[in-house]
Design a protein around this ligand. Structure first.
Ligand SMILES: Nc1ncnc2c1ncn2[C@@H]1O[C@H](COP(=O)(O)OP(=O)(O)OP(=O)(O)O)[C@@H](O)[C@H]1O
Ligand SMILES: [Mg+2]
Length: 365
């Protein structure tokens, strides 16, 4: 189900290239807002820096297959899931943290920027967009084209871990090494940064969504009841990852369809059931963390041990996750404040330097 793309060892400098402001840039900056953007598999988050506003939306779109038109996005589209006539298609334009539907992604971004309460706020904005470390040029182009489609004046792509350290306000220049684990809906990204940039990184598709599917399958196999992904997600959030810490028998109620009778039923699912479902995924993530630590230059390890592993992404909020990582890995772990917003907020902070970066579109050619 989930596969690892393996560990990449990258040594990349976080240098800020010098650039010149064009007249267009100067004119455009009058009355316009710059936006930090993080497009994820589950959520898209915009951060409007000068106003300090965060806009999260579900990364979901609705399309009418007969007319070929998109007509809803975000939570509104998500709520339609499972309730639409056959010609209506509800989909996620991102899968496993990669764009799988280019037009859908552009529609999603465009709709959010132009939604009623943001309307008029942007006049050809400049965007700082987060990207997973090491994404290929096809994916970079897809993101940049989505930005062009909304009339962005300039777009700069920033590696997610670099945005994350800015978003958490970490003083990386004072630390030798920092480890960030981003557990999102579509993937888990593990990165080690030094003062010079990203030193080791790892990407895998063990993720919040994979956990939901595992919960869904466990409930089907054990109780012979079919539940939806939303119900599975609620069970995962309610019962978390703490079974391995305290063996406390907690229960949460859910409803689904009996496979035997076809009728709606309610059942109580236990924290042990959830642990059985999600532990194989969690323990793979722990193995990846250990693997990355083993590949980390010794000169950075002491500092990581001292400050602990920084956890971001929605799935890092699983109950007991930080404690479990500390116990299994032997290095303390801390979950960031509002962990799903950190990347977008960090991209927003990086906008301070946007004049010094080249437009990422220029780097594609
Ligand atoms: N309180 C919570 N406890 C556990 N998991 C949670 C909680 N809140 C959200 N999640 C999970 O977090 C995941 C979404 O996280 P996030 O918004 O960081 O993903 P994303 O950035 O859209 O995806 P990705 O970066 O992987 O492409 C979902 O799987 C969701 O179920
Ligand atoms: Mg994410």
């Amino acid at each position: 189900m989930s596969e690892s793309t393996g560990t990449k060892k990258t040594s990349r400098k976080f240098s800020i290239p010098s650039g010149q402001n064009s007249l267009i840039d100067w004119i455009g900056s009058l009355g316009s807002e710059d936006i930090g953007v993080d497009i994820g598999t589950s959520n898209i988050v915009l951060f409007i820096k000068h106003k300090g506003l965060v806009f999260p939306e579900a990364s979901v779109i609705a399309k009418n297959q007969l007319t070929g038109e998109y007509f809803a996005y975000g939570t509104k589209a998500e709520e339609m899931e499972g309730k639409t006539p056959p010609e209506i298609h509800i989909s996620h334009p991102m899968k496993e943290s990669a764009i799988v539907d280019y037009n859908g992604t552009a529609y999603l971004l465009n709709s959010i920027v132009n939604q009623s309460y943001l309307k008029g706020m942007f006049f050809h904005p400049r965007l700082m967009m987060c990207v997973p470390t090491g994404i290929n040029s096809v994916q970079r182009r897809a993101l940049l084209e989505a930005a062009v489609a909304i009339g962005a004046r300039k777009t700069v792509l920033i590696d997610q871990p670099l945005a994350a350290v800015m978003g958490m306000g970490l003083e990386t220049h004072q630390k030798e090494g920092t480890m960030i684990v981003d557990m999102g809906g579509g993937s888990t990204k593990i990165s080690v940064l030094s003062r010079q940039g990203i030193v080791v990184s790892h990407f895998s598709t063990e993720s919040g969504n994979a956990m939901d599917m595992a919960v869904l399958n466990t409930v089907r196999d054990k109780y012979h009841i079919r539940i939806g992904q939303k119900e599975a997600e609620s069970l995962k959030i309610a019962l978390g990852a703490s079974w391995d810490l305290d063996r406390a028998p907690r229960v949460a109620e859910t409803s689904g369809l009996s496979i035997v009778s076809g009728l709606p039923v309610k059942i109580a699912v236990t924290s042990e059931d959830i642990a059985n479902a999600i532990n194989p995924i969690l323990y793979k993530i722990f193995t990846h963390i250990r693997d990355v630590l083993q590949r980390t230059p010794p000169a950075l390890l002491a500092s990581i041990r001292e400050s602990g592993i920084m956890m971001i992404g929605g799935a890092s909020q699983l109950r007991g996750m930080d404690e479990l990582i500390s116990k299994i890995i032997g290095v303390s772990a801390h979950v960031a404040d509002r962990p799903s917003y950190v990347n977008a907020v960090g991209a927003g902070s990086a906008l301070n330097y946007i004049n010094d970066f080249r437009d990422s579109l220029q780097d594609l050619h």
